[in-house]
Design a protein around this ligand. Structure first.
Ligand code: TYM
Length: 329
């Protein structure tokens, strides 16, 4: 392995991957993979913390890996693999489970959201424990930097705390990871409700633009996107819906919000939305062509090779951990 710093990140193969996942996470990975020793995971074990149809899960797992490739993750530079192919993740999670406190997990915003404000009666223990598996993912590989969207910051903080706690109790073992969150694209909001993040588990498909939406669907969804009162294209906190749409426009076009504002002086929402759909489609169309050209066989081979490459790192770290806690090897 190289002496470059390591980055690790992952995405759940559940629901439809959307432009928020691309702008908040994947687009940053592409840039970072040249500079860092990069590992990107498809986190299927995380996905089953809420009910999944087995056939769909298998299909989605391959699709996420294909999305990584089509977006520009280069398997020659980065390792891509499926979480459940490296059982060390689950094993390390168990050990970390003995260090984490219930109260720490009860505080997790994502858990509270998914469990309808912490209603623990109806949710699986796996959903509660989910951040500990994420900590294991990160810590197993000596990860220094975790490129994610803003919603994952709290989970990375927990990984940091657990690493420090383990090191304190058993001696220097884990590198303390840091979240890497880029200002631009870190929090893409829902098209139907700009007060909540764009989410692949949203009830309405009008919440998100999926990376596999066709040209007409994108036009329809952007047309239906909520806007604020008024008719001018203004970039301001008081206009959260418009601000979100301008941010999306800016991210895909490379123009600044200020330039976009200038472009639409004297024009209305209609013109702006038509152009926004076009800007998104000019990214999605070539992306989808690449995506559709990747075969299941090719992606399976890349995932197999990726797992082979990362397994020795995970195995060595887990052995070190087991020795430190007093297991006989
Ligand atoms: P997941 O699958 O929910 O999301 C994948 C990535 O997309 C980012 N993201 C967003 N960014 C901007 N705006 C949005 N609306 C938006 N929605 C999602 C997320 O921040 C994330 O970076 N727990 C993780 C997966 C995971 C992981 C890991 C990540 C498991 N183990 C280890 C990093 C390191 C998750 O559920 O992401």
């Amino acid at each position: 392995m190289s002496d470059k710093k390591r980055i690790f990140s992952g995405i759940q193969p559940s629901g439809n991957l959307h432009i928020g996942n691309y702008l908040g996470a994947i687009s940053n990975w592409i840039k970072l993979q040249d500079e860092f020793d990069s590992i990107f995971c498809v986190v299927d074990s995380h996905a089953i913390t809420v009910p999944q149809d087995p056939e769909t899960l298998r299909k989605k797992t391959l699709e996420i890996a294909k999305i990584y490739l089509a977006a520009g993750i280069d398997p020659k530079k980065s390792s891509i693999f499926i979480q459940s192919h490296v059982p060390e993740h689950a094993e390390l999670m168990w050990i970390l489970n003995t260090l984490v406190k219930m109260s720490e997990l009860e505080k997790m915003t994502q858990f509270k959201d998914k469990a309808q404000n912490g209603n623990s009666e109806s949710v699986a223990v796996g959903l509660f424990d989910y951040p500990v598996l994420m900590a294991a993912d990160i810590l197993l590989y000596g990860t220094e930097i975790v490129p994610v969207g803003e919603d994952q910051k709290q989970h990375v903080e927990l990984a940091r705390d657990l690493a420090k706690r383990f090191n304190h109790k058993f001696g220097e073992t884990f590198i303390i990871p840091k979240a890497f969150i880029k200002e631009e694209g870190m929090r893409v909001m829902g098209l139907d409700d700009p007060t909540k993040k764009m989410s692949k588990s949203a009830a309405s498909e009008y919440n998100y633009i999926s990376l596999t939406d066709d040209v007409e669907t994108v036009k329809r969804k952007i047309k239906k996107a909520v806007t604020d009162s008024g008719s001018e294209i203004i970039y301001a906190d008081e206009k959260p819906a418009l601000k979100n749409l301008i941010n999306i426009y800016a991210s895909f076009s490379g123009k600044s919000p200020k330039e976009i504002r200038t472009l639409y002086v004297g024009k209305g929402y209609g013109d702006f939305k038509t152009d926004l759909a076009q800007v998104i489609n000019s990214f999605l169309t070539p992306f989808q062509e690449k995506l559709n050209a990747i075969s299941d066989e090719d992606v399976r081979e890349i995932l197999r090779a990726g797992a082979e490459k990362v397994k020795p790192i995970a195995k060595a770290k887990l052995e070190e951990v087991k020795k430190k806690v007093g297991f006989i090897l």
